[in-house]
Every structure is written in C-alpha cells, then in structure tokens.
Design a protein around this ligand. Structure first.
Ligand code: PR8
Length: 466
C-alpha cells in the first residue's frame, strides 16, 4: 500500500463501512455493512465483559458544576467539551456538557449507590457515543469528534490492592479481546505527562498501522482515590469506619474497527477475521444458461446447510458477472468464498477461495461444514500471526539519539530504548526526535539513558503516533 491514508479513506467508502460526507467535521455515518462489522466486534467485547461486569446506560448530558468538580480532570478536557447553552429559545441557568467521557456523570450516582463494603466491588460498563472537540486533524474511526463506539468500564473497590488487581484484570480482558480479533499490541505505562486527567497512572495498548505510526487502541486507568474524594464515594468497612473507595476505569473506541481495517487490509481491500465479518462465507453460483435452476437449487441447499451449522452465509444471486462478485467480496473482506458450478456439482465438490491467502481449495460437499470451520479458524490464526510478525519486525532498538532519529526517518515503526524515566529528559527526547514516548515496560538496569546518559531505569518505546 503506497499511501495508507488514501487507501484507508477509499476503503471505508468502497467497502461501505462509513460515509464521511456528513456535514459536521469529525462526525460520520455508519453504513449497514460497517454497522454489522461493528456489531459483531461489540458482541465479542460484551461476551468478555458480561462475565463480571454489568451493562448500564447513563445520560448523555452532564451539568456544568458536576463536570467541573474534579479540577485536574476538567483541566484535561476543557478544550474539548461541547456545551449546550439553550433549551429552545430559553438560555439554560446551568450549561450542560455533552459527555467527553462519563466519570463525572457516573460518580455522583456511585456516591448514592455505595454505602457499605458489601456493595463492593462495583463493575459496570456502557457502550455509548461521547463527544470531544478534537483540534488535531480528524479522520474517520481514528480521530473523531463524535466517538460512536465508546466502551467505558468503571469499577469501585475497597482497597488499593484490589484496584491494582482490577487494572491487571482489565489488561487480561483487553488482551483476550485483541487476540480474538487478531490485532497485535504493545502494552506500556504512559509517561506521567500523558496519563488520563485525574488518574494515578495509565496503561495503554498501541498497535502499529501500515504507515509506521502507532494508534492507541485501549487504555486502562488506575484512578486511586482522586475521584472518590471529589464525589464522596465512601463505604462502611466491616469494623464500622467510613473510607473513600478506590477506582479504575478503562475504555476503547471506534479505533478498534479502524485497527481491524488497517492492520489486516491489503491491496485488494479488507481482510476480515471471521469472528467479526458480516458474512463469513459468500456463495457465488457459476451459471451457464441451461443449468441455472439446478445450480441455484444446489447453492440454496448449501447455504441452508451452512446456516444451520451456525455460519454467517450469503448467497450472492445478483444477476451480474461472477468476476465482479469476486472483486466486490474480496474488497469487502469476506473470509471465504464458495464457487459452485455445474462441473463441480456433478463431482460433488465445491471450490473454496480464502480471502487471506487467496488460495483455492476443492472440498467434498459432504465435508463442507467441518472443512469450512477448520479453514475459518485457520484464517484467524494466519491473520493474527501475520499481523504480530509485521509489528514485531518493525520494533527496533536504539541506543543513542542519532540512531533513533535515523530509524524514525528511514523506517518509522516503533523504537525500543533505554530511558532514565525523568520527565524533563523524556520531554526533551520527544522534542529532539519529534516523536511521542509511548511509555515504559519492564525495568532495565545496566544501560544508559538514550538522551542524558544517566543510568537507565526502564525499557521504553517511542513512535510517531496518531
Ligand atoms: C477515558 N474514561 O476516557 P481515554 N476518536 C477515536 N477514539 C478516541 C478518541 C477520538 N477522538 N479519543 C480517545 N479515543 C477513560 C476510560 C472512561 C474509559 C479512544 O479514557 O480518554 C482511545 O483509544 O483514554 C482511548 O484509549 C480510548 O478512547 C479511551 O479514552
């Protein structure tokens, strides 16, 4: 792909994922095919979260005084909030914010709900739209002003240790989710200047896009007691004392769909993992005039058989050339295509074409369900392995700034480097190379910081980011 940005924009339109012509910057329309992709992706997420979270729904609007109560939090969001000032012609006494995220909508309610340690832990989530007046260049699904798929989870605990354990649990849940949709990630602790406003610290998942820039695809925040103190979320301990609770929150957005599209796509279009594909199998009849009816009947039979076996199947019976159907479904990323023609029918076989490798395989009709299932699993595995390899091949180590600069200029991608961990030094690295420090991973002693030369504390990552 020569120009990723152009490819991405075109594919959203051609594969009918998003229509970006809506007349408000940063706000787009989900088209039916894109909506199905989103729906199946969210099903996976809900299945994972529903094990020990409860789904809820809070109002979109937040009163000004409530939003502004947590000062660090509001400072972080003040440039990005959309305000409602009027109801009809009447000026409102109290301005109302369109939620940029829902801490300040939820936590006053938590303070009413939580009385005793027996009310804890509380784990809830919602999948809603949020609004952020982004000033950086907007891009469908990647940086939007109406985030249409904002999944936010919020948890409350008795102790710091339990909140800490919840952060680890959230990381496990997100790993499971991204593994299922075959998206590779690196996990880092964000530097303090890049943490979520109001949090103690932020852990982020980043993936690498084809143009060598990283995209933050999920974040997990340990909120400590900052918000519980602001919003008075207290509980009675077993011994009768009243204590402030510990909180976490974690979220992801439309960017999960952007990453499915960008990470797996190729020159012919989308390559969707079967787990999220609107149609996992497309049946294309190969029709010659005299046998039309017979072929169509055979196709319908196979479609019903596969549907009964639980696959998402579509029989493409439009009156257009088979070649055009191949082209379209390849572009829309359908994982498998089954071609059924008169000659195959006579021999009780069908031809199956994989979207990921473009291989064609002949399968006996009687083995179809079993074989298709195997191939679909293999497609997810192949996409996952390919994507991980591509990301790992683009993580390079630099031991001095010149080397890091050179890599960023010539190859882009992610750079791993030793860092002292000092804020001033980190900001100077960002300034000198014009990149972002993604964050730190494990401790790394015995080497010297890439910038100041002092003893390194951490292995860190940097990259050009979205
Ligand atoms: C929270 N509160 O809000 P976060 N367009 C698309 N995706 C975006 C955008 C945007 N303009 N801005 C952020 N994201 C916490 C956690 C409740 C849940 C995505 O955290 O501000 C990013 O992938 O870090 C980000 O990781 C995620 O939303 C959560 O946003």
């Amino acid at each position: 792909m020569t120009d990723f940005s152009e490819w991405f924009h075109n594919i959203l339109e051609e594969a009918e994922i998003i229509d970006s012509r809506y007349p408000i910057k940063g706000m787009n329309v989900w088209l039916p095919y894109g909506f199905q992709l989103r729906k199946h992706t969210l099903e996976i997420l809900r299945n994972i979260l529903d094990r020990d979270h409860q789904e809820t729904l809070f109002p979109l609007l937040i009163p000004e005084d409530q939003l502004e109560k947590e000062s660090i939090h509001v400072k972080g969001f003040e440039d990005e909030v959309y305000w409602i000032t009027h109801g009809g012609l009447t000026k409102l006494n109290k301005k109302l914010a369109l939620r940029p995220t829902s801490e300040t909508a939820m936590y006053p309610m938590f303070s009413l709900w939580i009385r005793s340690h027996t009310d804890l832990p509380l784990r809830i989530y919602q999948i809603v739209n949020t609004f952020r007046y982004e000033t950086k260049h907007t891009r469908p699904l990647i940086r939007v002003r109406e985030i249409t798929t904002f999944k936010e989870a919020h948890t409350v605990h008795e102790t710091m240790e339990e909140a800490e354990e919840q952060v680890q649990e959230a990381i496990r849940l997100y790993k499971e989710f991204f593994n299922t949709i075959a998206i590779p990630y690196i996990i880092t602790k964000r530097p303090p200047w890049d943490k979520f406003p109001g949090s103690d610290y932020t852990i982020a998942f980043d993936t690498l896009l084809p143009d060598g820039k990283t995209l933050q695809i999920a974040t997990v925040h340990n909120l400590g007691q900052t918000f519980s103190k602001t919003f008075n979320i207290k509980f009675e301990t077993p011994t009768g004392e009243h204590e402030y609770a510990y909180q976490t929150c974690y979220g992801l957005s439309d960017r999960i769909i952007a990453s499915i599209i960008a990470v797996h796509g190729d020159e012919s279009g989308l390559r969707l993992p079967p787990e999220v594909a609107p149609y996992q199998i497309i049946i294309v009849p190969i029709i010659f005039k005299e046998e039309t009816e017979e072929i169509m009947k055979a196709c319908e039979k196979i479609r019903d058989k596969l549907k009964d076996a639980g696959f998402r199947v579509k029989l493409d019976d439009r009156d257009i050339r088979a070649g055009r159907k191949y082209y379209e479904w390849e572009m829309k990323g359908a994982p498998l295509r089954i071609e059924i023609g008169p000659r195959d029918l006579k021999r009780n076989v069908v031809v199956v074409a994989r979207r990921d490798t473009k291989e064609k395989i002949e399968i006996k009709t009687e083995d179809l369900e079993e074989e298709t299932d195997k191939i679909l699993h293999d497609i997810t595995r192949t996409l996952r392995e390919e994507a991980w390899k591509k990301m790992q091949d683009n993580i390079r180590t630099a031991t001095n700034l010149e080397e890091a600069k050179k890599i960023i200029k010539e190859k882009k991608g992610i750079i791993s480097f030793p860092w002292c961990g000092d804020e001033e030094c980190g900001k100077s690295i960002e300034e000198k190379i014009k990149v972002d420090i993604l964050g730190i991973t494990e401790a790394e002693k015995k080497s010297s910081c890439i910038n100041c030369g002092k003893e390194a504390e951490h292995k860190a990552f940097l990259a050009k980011t979205y």
